[in-house]
Design a protein around this ligand. Sequence first.
Ligand SMILES: Cc1cc2nc3c(=O)[nH]c(=O)nc-3n(C[C@H](O)[C@H](O)[C@H](O)COP(=O)(O)O)c2cc1C
Length: 157
Amino acid sequence: MFDEPGFPGGPDLDDDAPILDTFVYCSRAAEGVDDVEVDRIIEWSQRRNAKCEITGVLVFGSGVFFQWIEGPPAEVKKLIASLHGDPRHYDIVTLDRNVEQRERLYPNWEMERVGPDDIRAVLLDALDSAEDQNNIAALTRIVAHLDSGPLDTLGRT
Ligand SMILES: Cc1cc2nc3c(=O)[nH]c(=O)nc-3n(C[C@H](O)[C@H](O)[C@H](O)COP(=O)(O)O)c2cc1C
């Protein structure tokens, strides 16, 4: 019965999963970037990401961004280049980056804004439903980052 197409949790599940590039980073917001600007970024991102099949989460708090991006490698690579050239933030620190075949963690979020108080819950939720060992490892590392200090210390060494 495991050979039935679409059988949930069957051994073929991973074979159907897409190749996803995951980029997780934090950065500091440039002066003048406020809640209104972040809402603008979200609005733009949702439209653009829907076309590029990118999904993820953006957190903004205490002048710091935290973003989880997942999507086709070529699109994520382009977005990373754009992010590095975007003057609305600086001090971009990569927390996690990998390319692998897996299911999306946030399949329905073209780019969801999450409050800093909720980020831990969002990550733990993802961890709870994650089956992929690479996802579990990455999420565990990021939760450990969060637990080692407030979000606005993530970029500091
Ligand atoms: C914190 C932050 C997060 C962003 N997230 C996205 C995103 O998820 N998708 C996106 O298309 N642009 C995002 N942007 C905007 C890009 O950096 C860039 O301005 C936009 O994609 C246009 O890039 P281009 O001029 O190179 O085409 C974000 C910008 C910032 C500052």
